[in-house]
Design a protein around this ligand. Structure first.
Ligand code: UDX
Ligand code: UDX
Length: 472
């Protein structure tokens, strides 16, 4: 039976809120601190600010019992054994991570430290942040024996963050002292011992009593690099398949078959090889830039990462060219847009390639009728409703009388559309799919001209074999 720990989580955004709720689910007492009073009031009132599977249920289960929300960081610090910093680390103009929020939180924690605590970086930060947090705390007059700074990066995907937290591939703990390591090992012991997976009311997922996740103990600097290197590697995998998809288009090959073929090599693996309109979100673009910047500051040439970014940006421009090639001219065209979130199953539009695409299309003089199952409220804030930019409540209304339909986000519901209904709604039956959600042959058989990424364009008059290969 593992003991319950007292934990504070600072920052109740996508990362902090999920971590806080999952720590409560693991049996700990959690205080979640945020300096946004409105957010704290909403959370105290049971509101769920983000779209995340399992989060509403867990919040309801633990709110005001094992998890409390407050703005008072000093009180939370004094009541806790471990304080996780999960405030934002946005990208600064130079590409580095802006660590001013992390610094502000570290100073405030220092001012209220009265007994030993471990301060844990949960936000994605560049290597050496740990050292800086330590210095900031010491400068505030806190003696070394009263604290340790550890690094415990998260690998959560938005949308499935709760499941990812409770069923991780691995848990990484960077700690330079045994005391700090032990506190973190205890916090994660419900997962690493398998005890959590014995519970009947557990959140289901890939881990089990027989196969609990491993906890990898490293130095703090290694842990910081593991996080950036993981995200940079995944972004590189996506840019790689996007570059391959362009080659496939040039020679009339099919990137889906190519991705399957290379992914069957266990050394490569099938995941993160989905071509599209580029990666987005709050992490990959920011982390690739920050990792590159760290390398540059150390005098190292990591221009591979610059190429990853370049391919990602070009992918959006190539998609615009594809739309243009389907419609000849863009000015005055009415386009249906399905998807605004940076990926399916989330309401997050940060660095969304779909939003970038809409901006480019509006700049070309198109008018847009958009639908997204969860991200429209956020999208309205950056793309206000106007004659050119309209929001509707379903895919078929978006398609109504449009010159073409564009698929920009991989929401599962977009891959289950009634294609006959779409065909009838559109003024011209043209679909340009930036996420490869359909089998080209199926589209053609429903009378639709279909352009996708890295696969031959099909139109109703051209026959395709059932495997989607154009044999003309
Ligand atoms: C952010 C980063 O984007 C990510 O790289 C990092 O790993 C964790 O932090 P996210 O949780 O998505 O991820 O950020 P965001 O949704 O912006 O939430 C940050 C929260 O911190 C906000 O609720 C904000 O009000 C709060 N905050 C910010 C504080 O409580 N104190 C501060 O000084 C600054
Ligand atoms: C990512 C990491 O996966 C996670 O480990 C880290 O903690 C935070 O950053 P997230 O940003 O939620 O998570 O989304 P993810 O599912 O990784 O997708 C990121 C972007 O890449 C999305 O825009 C997505 O559409 C795109 N993507 C992903 C592809 O274009 N192709 C793929 O094969 C996979």
């Amino acid at each position: 039976m593992s003991l319950s720990s007292k934990i504070a989580v600072v920052g109740s955004g996508y990362v902090g809120l999920v971590a806080a709720v999952c720590f409560a689910e693991m049996g700990h007492d959690v205080i979640c601190v945020d300096n946004d009073e409105k957010k704290v009031a909403a959370l105290c009132g049971g509101e769920v600010p983000i779209h995340e599977d399992n989060l509403p249920e867990l919040l309801q289960r633990y709110c005001n019992t094992r998890i409390r929300f407050m703005t008072n960081l000093a009180e939370a610090t004094q009541a806790s054994d471990a304080i996780f910093i999960a405030v934002g680390t946005p990208q600064s103009e130079t590409g580095d991570a802006d660590l001013s929020y992390v610094e502000a939180v570290a100073s405030e924690i220092a001012r209220s430290l009265d007994s030993y605590k471990v301060i844990v970086e949960k936000s994605t930060v560049p290597v050496y942040t740990n050292e800086w947090i330590r210095r900031v705390i010491e400068r505030n007059g806190v003696p070394q024996h009263l604290f340790d700074v550890a690094s415990n990066p998260e690998f959560l995907r938005e949308g499935t963050a709760v499941e990812d937290f409770l069923h991780p591939d691995r848990i990484v703990v960077g700690a330079n002292s045994e005391r700090a390591a032990r506190i973190l090992q205890d916090i994660y012991s419900p997962l690493t011992s398998g005890a959590y997976y014995e519970r009947r009311d557990r959140i289901p997922g890939r881990n089990s009593v027989a196969e609990p996740p491993a906890l990898l103990l490293t130095s703090t600097k290694s842990a910081e690099i593991i996080k950036h290197a993981s995200n940079a590697f995944l972004a590189m995998k996506i840019s790689f398949i996007n570059a391959v998809s362009n080659l496939c288009e040039a020679v009339d090959a099919n990137v889906e078959q190519v991705a399957k073929g290379i992914g069957m090599d266990e050394r490569i693996g099938p995941k993160f090889l989905r071509p599209g309109i580029g990666y987005g979100g709050s992490c990959f673009p920011k982390d690739v830039a920050a990792f590159r910047s760290v390398a540059e500051q150390m005098g190292l040439d990591f221009s591979l990462l610059a190429e990853v970014e370049k391919i990602n940006n070009l992918q959006k421009k190539r998609f615009l060219s594809k739309v243009r090639s389907a419609l000849w001219t863009l000015r005055g065209k009415r386009l249906a847009v399905l998807g605004l979130a940076f990926k399916g199953d989330t309401d997050d539009i940060r660095e969304s390639p779909a939003i970038d695409m809409v901006r480019m299309l509006l700049a070309e003089g198109c008018s847009i009728c958009a639908y997204d199952p969860a991200a429209m409220e956020r999208a309205r804030q950056v793309l206000p409703e106007s004659l050119q930019m309209q929001y509707v409540s379903d895919a078929y209304t978006a398609a109504d009388n449009a010159d073409a339909l564009l698929m920009l986000t991989d929401w599962p519901e977009f891959s289950r559309l009634d294609l006959d209904k779409i065909n009838q709604a559109l003024r011209y039956p043209i679909v340009v799919d930036g996420r490869n959600l359909y089998d080209p042959a199926a589209m053609a058989s429903h009378g639709i001209t279909y352009m996708s990424i890295g696969r031959p364009t099909v139109s109703p008059s051209r026959e395709l074999a059932s495997d989607g290969v154009d044999r003309l």
